[in-house]
Design a protein around this ligand. Structure first.
Ligand code: FMN
Length: 342
């Protein structure tokens, strides 16, 4: 671990100032299992001079990383001694170790479903984690066995979020969109817990996309980096292993009665929702309300919501959805629009 961190630091230093920025226009890269060529914005070219092809191992698509990351304008550093690959793109740094399912995105660990591996002298990596860390969309077409990686051109400079009005801390705060529509009272709430801001990004896309109110489930005792270090006996791990753990929440949703639909967002911790989500669900009466779970994770699926359903009697739970940490507004809204809500 120390070695990995020192590699991260040395690469951050060596890449400072030279890390590539996002491409100016739309970028689409297609790779197909067994095909030594890739298509970059409709132009076909060899993946590399070795004739490397994408493969499927243990149901995971592994792609030759150097070709893809360099194509998107990123940098690849290989440390043979520690068998570590460091990928840098914009401000995002991804660190992966050969044969190790723990990967790091900006020093935040995640568990990969397939470990990076070396085939024919080429490092083969599970592309979804990398692309999503770099905020690209990844689509898999099972019929043609093709992975499509896309990044839309930045349409405008990000605008600043207006300063919140003087609402009490940690009460449901209207988003810019809902504030504009103050006359039409919103009946949808996006409630989320996010320890490292990945889920927060998705929650904001939903709230802004549909003009809903947004509420952050804020722990009374914030999670420190040490609390989240899941390779140790950390607070998050202890809570996940304790059925009765209910971390306290600071603040409340005012007038929960007004909401009939609640999007509920959280990170996956050891395959499940963090225990603070149970604190939230046990704090209100959700009967008659529709709850739509969503999550972010390194790679794990959203998993079962049965345990959460059992503490919200009378609520109508819809199927949930898992996003990667950097899911774009388009990706998120495609899912929301497909829910066919009124
Ligand atoms: C304690 C802990 C356990 C985790 N367990 C998993 C896991 O089982 N599967 C996974 O894919 N990611 C796991 N992760 C990674 C998080 O799900 C992922 O980084 C998520 O996007 C974090 O969301 P947040 O930034 O909103 O907190 C874990 C992270 C932590 C801190």
């Amino acid at each position: 671990m120390k070695k990995i961190l020192s590699v991260i630091l040395s690469v951050i230093l060596s890449l400072a100032g030279i890390t590539a920025c996002a491409a100016d226009g739309d970028l689409t890269i297609k790779l197909q299992i067994g095909n030594p060529n890739m298509t970059v914005n409709d132009t076909e070219k060899p993946i590399d001079e070795n004739g490397t092809v994408p493969v499927i191992i243990n149901d995971r698509t592994l792609l030759p990383v150097r070709a893809v990351v360099e194509e998107i304008g990123g940098d690849v550093e290989w440390d043979g001694e520690t068998q570590t690959v460091v990928l840098a793109y914009g401000e995002d740094i991804v660190v992966l170790e050969i044969d190790n399912t723990t990967a790091y995105h900006n020093e935040e660990p995640s568990t990969l479903e397939a470990a990076p591996t070396i085939i024919n002298d080429r490092t083969m990596l599970p592309i979804r984690f990398i692309a999503e860390s770099f905020k690209f969309d990844v689509e898999w077409d099972g019929e043609t066995q093709t992975v499509t990686i896309t990044k839309a051109a930045e349409a405008t400079e990000p605008t600043e979020t207006p300063a919140p009005t003087a609402t009490p801390a940690a009460t449901a705060e209207p988003t810019a969109a809902s504030a504009d529509n103050e006359q039409q009272e919103s009946k949808t709430l996006v409630a989320y817990f996010s320890a490292t801001n990945n889920t927060e990004g998705v929650a904001k896309h939903i709230a802004e996309g549909i003009g809903a109110d947004i509420y952050e489930i804020t722990p009374e005792e914030p999670y420190t980096d040490a609390d989240l270090d899941y390779n140790s006996d950390c607070r998050a791990n202890r809570e996940q292993n304790d059925d009765s753990a209910r971390p306290a929440i600071s603040g409340t949703v005012e007038n929960m009665e007004q909401y009939d639909t609640i999007f509920l967002g959280y990170p996956i911790w050891w395959g499940n929702a963090p225990k603070i989500i149970f604190t939230f669900l046990e704090s209100y009466d959700f009967s008659g309300k529709t709850i739509i779970p969503f999550c972010t994770s390194g790679s794990s699926p959203i998993g079962s919501t049965t345990a959460m359903q059992s503490v919200t009697q009378g609520a109508n739970w819809l199927d949930g959805h898992r996003f990667g940490g950097g899911a774009s507004s388009d990706t998120v809204m495609d899912w929301v629009n497909g829910l066919d809500l009124e």
